[in-house]
Design a protein around this ligand. Structure first.
Ligand code: ADP
Ligand code: MG
Length: 236
């Protein structure tokens, strides 16, 4: 199981008491499948991604990423796990204004110690995969909002993560461009066998996801849709 959360509870300090952001959450995401999470603002969706990304340690429960039980890892091991196994796409593409699309990806993977030429080749391959083969040398201000979000997604894949966590990637896009980004995420999940979790407010495309779940006041309810594996996934 590439991503596995069991009985995860997370609270934040809230005045004199605690606010329960995640309440006994269960989540299993096999490689090559995409789970969409919907739910109202403030229900705990981003907190769930932060826990899955090992950026936040829950009060209780198990978080297993790429077969590693994160409770057993020290801070440095967790940082390495994040770098090597987890790709994160936030709502706003945080691109560096002075870098080209290809360079955004190359700096991301710089820490991996791979040779520059190999990083460049991988960056161009990923930009091609997200439909931006001809935009590799553009800087952010020369790209549309949808194109910037594609660079953001490609960047998250630079280190070949086994887990891809995506928080509301279409909120700044119009309906058509948002749909294209969701399509792209489904395709990348299949092709790269990532365990993908997608937080979205866009209910229009949920039928294209493998599984859906709804967050309500920190409780995750799994959809009624059957979770049969998709046809095109290679054996993990
Ligand atoms: P969503 O992404 O669904 O909008 P969040 O996970 O961001 O929800 O937030 C869930 C709840 O936890 C909200 O009530 C929010 O105000 C609270 N919260 C989120 N982050 C923090 C934090 N760092 N400290 C305190 N409360 C937080
Ligand atoms: Mg959020």
């Amino acid at each position: 199981m590439t991503l596995f959360l069991h009985d995860v509870t997370l609270t934040y300090p809230d005045g004199d008491g605690r606010l329960t952001a995640l309440d006994a959450v269960e989540l299993e995401v096999p490689a090559g499948t995409l789970t969409a999470i919907v739910g109202p603002s403030g229900s705990g969706k981003s907190s769930l991604l932060a826990v899955a990304a090992t950026l936040v340690t829950p009060d209780s429960g198990r978080v297993v990423v790429a077969d590693r039980d994160t409770a057993r890892l020290g801070a440095a091991e967790k940082a390495a796990l994040r770098r090597e196994e987890i790709g994160i796409v936030f709502q706003q593409p945080n691109l560096l204004a002075s870098l080209t699309a290809a360079e955004q990806l190359q700096v991301m993977a710089h820490l991996s110690g791979r040779p520059a030429r190999q990083l460049r080749r991988r960056a161009l391959e990923l930009l091609d995969a997200v439909g931006l083969a001809d935009k590799a040398d553009r800087r952010p201000h020369q790209l549309s909002g949808g194109q910037r979000q594609r660079v953001n997604i490609a960047r998250a894949l630079m280190n070949e993560p086994s887990v891809l966590l995506v928080d509301e990637p279409t909120s700044a896009l119009d309906h058509e461009r948002g749909a294209a980004v969701l399509d792209l995420l489904v395709t990348l999940t299949r092709e790269r066998s990532t365990a993908t979790v997608l937080v979205t407010h866009d209910h229009a495309h949920l039928d294209r996801m493998d599984r859906t779940a709804t967050m309500t006041d920190g409780r995750l309810t799994h959809g009624a849709r059957p979770a049969e594996p998709p046809a095109a996934v290679p054996a993990a």
